[in-house]
Design a protein around this ligand. Structure first.
Ligand SMILES: Nc1ncnc2c1ncn2[C@@H]1O[C@H](COP(=O)(O)OP(=O)(O)O)[C@@H](O)[C@H]1O
Ligand SMILES: [Mg+2]
Length: 614
């Protein structure tokens, strides 16, 4: 199945039933509770079966003790019975152990899956400004390692909690057998805890460093792969490999430090139980010889000494993992708590088309990087890109926006589609403020083609029908024809079924632009914005596109952002953007003759005109 078909059938995978508790004052476990609650069934099974497994676990040495003691004093018949009991208990222990592990892990994986789905669907709702100021590596690391560390706690936390309960049960049972021997047997445990703590204290900061370094590495790898064309064209492979090696060395350093710490403490922690066993054998042996305890008791104590190390060691891990999961949770919640800046108002209306006009009234706008704690931000200079702009476009009109690069032409398009919201002033479509129009319908009615279109790694026809997955082949062909793309598509190996490489890089820039244009035309938007959308297409082909667009442009309100005279010529009216507002407007020829700054911009981007003028 191809990716886009998967998108279409994603309805078969229902979204998570619950989301996190929105109350940011609550602790992370309570905020996570609604999600955990939707996995109630396996959780309850896991805990109940786990309790049985736990009792069986503690019972085995006790049964063995009885078996040994009664066998020493008794008959062969007894021996068979005891052996049978041990086998049955062993089998039950196996079955319950398997069931509670499966159940608890199912809960943990379920929560992980839910969190991942929630995080992704939330990211799709966040505004462009969030992505402007957030590094993708940071978001990816949140989606991966942070979710994983919560999952690990959820999977192992209950197991460890149970083993701690088993410790208490075993301790009580041992006390009923012989109090001094119990205390002697457990005398090494504080040591296990002490060294465990020391190990944690030295390793914990290192795991943090390691996580941060991994996120750094992810960013570098991501940029190396996505920016490979730039890297290669600057012959900067060495430099990039150097960066990567530096990051990899940092990770190596952290890992070596971690293992050094572990190597120091782990052997001590592991040898302590053996010392405990030796002490039990020595003191217990004397007691047994004196007849104070039975041989069976001695055996049971030995088994418990080994069994009880685990909870003591894992208790430390539990504390560590709890801290880690709590930090991870706060990082995930930080993303989930990020409010989408651009949303539908409750009274929003649906936009069906443009009947009268599109009006920019006193619009001002600047890009800003607002703070989001913890997430590294890109630096933005805050200055007004659009200031007090007034522009009115009648329905069906074709208006060209001309201005220097960086003058804010694309920004006007982004404001009209509400990729960003205006700071002051308003944009009205047929008299309705676009903030009062449902986002979905607004963006459906406005088709926008960028100069650097993004294609998905699917077939040509799936790319064209991206906005309308149920389009018929005839519709797809018609859109491709209008965009003058039929010719080169038919020359591709599999025609419309040809799968384009990642981001469409197996096609030329002009070919990509034509597919993007077809993708947009297929949706028959009532407003069409061509943002330098034909800049990479040959002038000859471009004029063919203009020919075929002419009929559709008549009924479509069109905004042309262009430098080429051939494109500008399509417009009914040209507006000249300078200093964030419209400094002049009129027909191309009148502007050209009366406005020297306009003429110089046109001359710069149309060298062939320079020749004519000279
Ligand atoms: N996402 C962004 N964040 C911050 N500044 C931006 C962003 N996009 C564009 N700018 C800045 O806004 C100005 C106008 O950009 P743009 O509208 O793309 O210009 P044009 O399309 O006319 O070349 C530029 O100076 C650019 O640096
Ligand atoms: Mg631009």
């Amino acid at each position: 199945m191809t990716e886009s078909q998967e998108h279409q059938t994603s309805g078969n995978y229902p979204p998570p039933k619950n989301t996190i508790n929105p109350d940011t004052e609550l602790g992370w476990i309570r905020r996570l509770l609604p999600i955990t609650r939707s996995h109630r069934k396996p959780l309850v099974i896991g805990v109940c079966v786990g309790a049985i497994a736990l009792i069986l676990n503690v019972a085995v040495p006790a049964i063995a003790k009885e078996a040994i003691d009664s066998t020493i004093a008794g008959s062969r018949y007894d021996l068979t019975i005891w052996a049978l009991i041990l086998i049955v208990v062993g089998l039950a222990r196996f079955a319950t152990g398997a069931l509670y592990r499966i159940s608890l892990f199912r809960v943990a994986w379920g929560v992980e899956t839910d969190l991942r789905a929630l995080l992704y669907s939330h990211l799709t709702k966040l505004s462009f400004s969030y992505f402007d100021r957030t590094q993708s590596g940071q978001v990816i690391s949140r989606a991966n390692s942070d979710i994983r560390s919560i999952q690990v706690l959820l999977a192992f936390g209950p197991l460890i909690a149970m083993s701690i309960i088993s410790f208490i049960l075993a301790f009580c049972f041992m006390m009923t057998l012989h109090i001094p021997l119990t205390l002697v047997a457990l005398c090494t445990l504080p040591g296990v805890y002490f060294f465990g703590q020391k190990l944690r204290h030295s390793v914990f900061p290192l795991t943090w460093v390691s996580q941060a370094r991994l996120a750094e590495l992810a960013t570098i790898v991501d940029e190396n792969i996505n920016g490979t064309r730039v890297v290669k064209s600057f012959a900067a492979e060495k430099q990039q490999v150097g960066l990567l090696q530096k990051a990899a060395r940092h990770i190596e350093w952290v890992n070596v430090q971690t293992i050094k710490e572990r190597a120091k403490f782990n052997p001590i922690i592991e040898s302590l139980p053996r010392i405990g066993m030796a002490i039990v054998l020595l003191y217990g042996g004397i007691l047994a010889v004196d007849g104070e305890v039975s041989i069976g008791t001695l055996f049971a104590f030995n088994a418990y000494v080994i069994m009880l190390q685990a909870p003591f060691r894992m208790f430390g891990f539990l504390l560590l993992q709890t801290q880690r999961a709590s930090a991870s949770a706060s990082r995930i919640f930080e993303v989930l708590d990020e409010k989408p800046e651009i949303t539908d108002s409750s009274s929003a209306v649906t936009l069906i088309g443009v009947r009268n006009s599109i009006c920019f009234q006193g619009v001002s706008f600047s890009y800003k990087g607002s703070r989001s704690p913890g997430v590294q931000e890109k630096q933005h200079a805050k200055s007004e890109i659009i200031s007090n702009l007034d522009l009115s476009i009648s329905a069906g009109e074709t208006v060209a926006i001309v201005g220097m690069t960086g003058s804010g032409k694309s920004t006007i398009a982004r404001l009209l589609t509400r990729f960003y919201d205006t700071e002051t002033g308003s944009i009205l479509i047929d008299g309705i403020d676009i903030k009062e129009i449902q986002l979905h319908s607004l963006r459906q009615q406005i088709g926008i083609v960028f100069d650097e279109p993004f294609l998905f790694s699917t077939s040509v026809s799936e790319n064209i029908s991206y906005g309308k997955p149920d389009a018929s082949d005839a519709e797809i062909h018609e859109a491709a024809r209008k965009a003058q793309a039929l010719g080169f598509i038919s020359e591709l190996e599999d025609g419309f079924s040809t799968v384009v490489g990642e981001r469409g890089y197996t096609l030329s820039g002009g070919q990509r632009q034509r597919i993007a244009l077809a993708r947009c035309l297929l949706e028959k938007p009532s407003v069409l914005i061509l943002d330098d959308a034909t800049s990479a297409i040959d002038i000859g082909v471009e004029s063919l596109i203009h020919e075929s667009l002419k009929s559709s442009l008549e009924e479509t309100t069109t905004l042309l952002i262009a430098q080429r005279v051939s494109t500008i010529a399509l417009a009914d009216r040209v507006v000249f953007l300078e200093g964030g507002c419209i400094s002049d407007e009129g027909s191309h020829s009148s502007l050209l003759s009366r406005n020297p700054r306009y003429a110089s911009i046109i001359a710069e981007s149309n060298p062939e005109m320079m020749k004519e003028l000279n």
